[in-house]
Write a protein that binds this ligand. Structure first.
Ligand SMILES: *[C@@H]1O[C@H](CO)[C@@H](O)[C@H](O)[C@H]1NC(C)=O
Ligand SMILES: *[C@@H]1O[C@H](CO)[C@@H](O)[C@H](O)[C@H]1NC(C)=O
Ligand SMILES: *[C@@H]1O[C@H](CO)[C@@H](O)[C@H](O)[C@H]1NC(C)=O
Ligand SMILES: *[C@@H]1O[C@H](CO)[C@@H](O)[C@H](O)[C@H]1NC(C)=O
Ligand SMILES: *[C@@H]1O[C@H](CO)[C@@H](O)[C@H](O)[C@H]1NC(C)=O
Ligand SMILES: *[C@@H]1O[C@H](CO)[C@@H](O)[C@H](O)[C@H]1NC(C)=O
Length: 350
C-alpha cells in the first residue's frame, strides 16, 4: 500500500498542472536530485504526500517504526497501531522533521538519543501510550519544540532533567496520567509556556512555586485532581492567565488573595469542589470574566459569611454558569435554594 500523492486536488495526471505545483516540483528536484533520494521514495507501510514544505508521511499498521522515509520529511504520523519500540536511530536522517505524531500506540519507553538528530521538531504527540517515565536528556536538542503532548500515559511524576532543553515550549499536556507530585522547580525555565494541562491526575497538592517561572501562561487545567487547597501565592507570577480550570477537586479552603493577581481572567471553573464559604473579597480583583464562571456543585453555606461573594455575583450574574445547580447546602432554612436567589434577597448589611 505504499503510495506517493501530491496535495488533494493536485493530481499529477490532470492536464492543467498549476504553475505553483510545477514550481514546487522543480524546486524539489533541484534540492534533492543530487542527494540521490528518489523522488517517489516512501516506505511500504506509509502513504507519502508532497506538501509545500516537504513530505508528509502517514504510516500503519506496523509494529516497528518505518525506515527509509525521504530526507525532506517534515510530518510523520504513526497512530493507533501497535508500535511499541522506537530504536535510538529511528529518526536518523530526518533532520527536517517538524511534527511527529505517535498517539494510540504501546510505547512504554523512549531512548534518550531518539530526538538528537531532529533539531527542527516542533510538535511531539505521544497521547495514549504506556510511558511511565522519560529518559533524562531526551529534549537536549529540541530547542524549537513548542508542543509536547503526553496525555493518557502512566506517568507518576515529571522530573526536571526529563524536560531539560525545551526552551521554546508553549504547550505542555500531561493530562490523564497518574501524577501525584511535581518538583517545585520543574517549570522554572519555561518562560514561553502558554498552556499547562495537568488535569485528571492524582495531585494532592500543587507546589507553591510551581508556576513562578511562567509569565506567559494563559490556560491552566487542574481539574480532576485531589487538591484541597492552594498556597497563597500560587498565581502571583502568572498575570496573563485567562482560563483557570479547578473543577472536580476537593477544594474546601481558599485564601482571600489567591486570585488577586489574575486581572485578565476570563473564565474560572470552581464547580464540583467542597467549598462552603470563601473569604470576602476573593474575586474582587479578578479580570472581566468574559467567558464566565462556574460555582455549581459545592456545599455552599448561605449565611452572612458569604456576603462578599453575593455582592460579586450580583454584578456578574449574566456570566454565571449553571445557576440552577449552584445551591445552598446549609443553613437548614436555605438548603436547596439557589445561591443567586439568596444573594438577591439582601441578607447582608449594606
Ligand atoms: C494509504 O492510502 C490507502 C489508499 O487511499 C488507504 O487505503 C490506506 O488506509 C492508507 N494508509 C494509511 C496508513 O493511511
Ligand atoms: C509547513 O508549512 C506550513 C505553512 O508555512 C506550516 O503551517 C506547517 O506547520 C509546516 N509544517 C508542517 C509539518 O506542515
Ligand atoms: C494490536 O494488537 C491487538 C492485540 O494483540 C490486536 O487485537 C489489534 O488488532 C492490533 N491492532 C493493530 C492496528 O494492529
Ligand atoms: C543538534 O542540533 C544541531 C542543529 O540545531 C545539530 O547541528 C547537531 O548535530 C545536533 N546534535 C546532535 C547530537 O545530533
Ligand atoms: C534553568 O536554566 C539554567 C540555565 O540554563 C540551568 O542552570 C538551571 O539548572 C535550570 N533550572 C531548572 C530547574 O531547569
Ligand atoms: C466531580 O468530580 C469528581 C472527581 O473528579 C468526578 O469523579 C465527578 O464525575 C465529578 N462530578 C461531576 C458532576 O462533574
Amino acid at each position: 500500500m505504499s503510495s506517493y500523492n501530491t496535495e488533494p486536488g493536485q493530481s499529477l495526471a490532470a492536464c492543467g498542472l498549476s504553475s505553483s505545483l510545477v514550481m514546487q516540483l522543480l524546486l524539489f528536484l533541484l534540492l534533492f536530485s543530487s542527494s540521490g533520494q528518489a523522488l517517489l521514495q516512501c516506505p511500504k507501510a506509509c502513504n507519502c504526500t508532497l506538501k509545500v514544505n516537504g513530505t508528509s508521511a502517514t504510516c500503519g499498521p506496523l509494529d516497528s517504526f518505518p525506515m527509509g522515509l525521504p530526507v525532506d520529511t517534515t510530518f510523520v504520523s504513526v497512530e493507533n497501531t501497535n508500535l511499541s519500540q522506537l530504536s535510538s536511530d529511528a529518526l536518523r536522517g530526518l533532520s527536517n522533521l517538524q511534527e511527529l505524531h505517535l498517539s494510540g500506540n504501546r510505547i512504554d519507553n523512549l531512548n534518550s538519543g531518539l530526538l538528537k538528530s531532529t533539531p527542527n521538531l516542533e510538535v511531539l504527540d505521544l497521547t495514549y501510550n504506556t510511558l511511565s517515565e522519560l529518559p533524562s536528556g531526551l529534549f537536549r536538542n529540541s530547542t524549537v519544540l513548542h508542543s509536547l503532548v503526553l496525555k493518557g500515559n502512566r506517568l507518576e511524576t515529571l522530573k526536571v532533567d526529563w524536560l531539560e532543553g525545551l526552551v521554546a515550549l508553549k504547550w505542555l499536556d500531561v493530562s490523564e496520567n497518574r501524577i501525584q507530585r511535581l518538583p517545585s522547580d520543574l517549570l522554572f525555565n519555561f518562560s514561553a509556556l502558554q498552556l499547562l494541562d495537568l488535569s485528571d491526575n492524582m495531585l494532592l497538592e500543587l507546589p507553591p512555586n510551581l508556576l513562578k517561572g511562567l509569565p506567559n501562561l494563559e490556560r491552566l487545567h487542574l481539574q480532576g485532581n485531589q487538591l484541597q487547597t492552594l498556597a497563597e501565592g500560587t498565581f502571583s507570577a502568572t498575570p496573563c492567565l485567562h482560563y483557570l480550570f479547578l473543577q472536580g477537586n476537593q477544594l474546601n479552603k481558599l485564601s482571600s488573595g489567591i486570585f488577586s493577581s489574575l486581572g485578565k481572567l476570563d473564565m474560572l471553573d470552581l464547580s464540583n469542589n467542597s467549598l462552603a464559604q470563601v473569604p470576602s473579597g476573593l474575586l474582587d480583583k479578578v479580570g472581566p470574566m468574559k467567558d464566565g464562571f462556574d460555582l455549581s456543585e459545592n456545599p455552599w453555606k448561605c449565611d452572612e459569611g458569604l456576603c462578599g461573594l453575593y455582592h460579586w455575583i450580583l454584578n456578574k450574574q449574566d456570566r454565571m454558569f449553571f445557576k440552577h445547580n449552584t445551591l445552598c447546602s446549609s443553613p437548614e432554612n436555605q438548603a436547596g435554594q439557589e445561591l443567586l436567589e439568596v444573594a438577591k434577597k439582601k441578607v447582608c448589611p449594606e
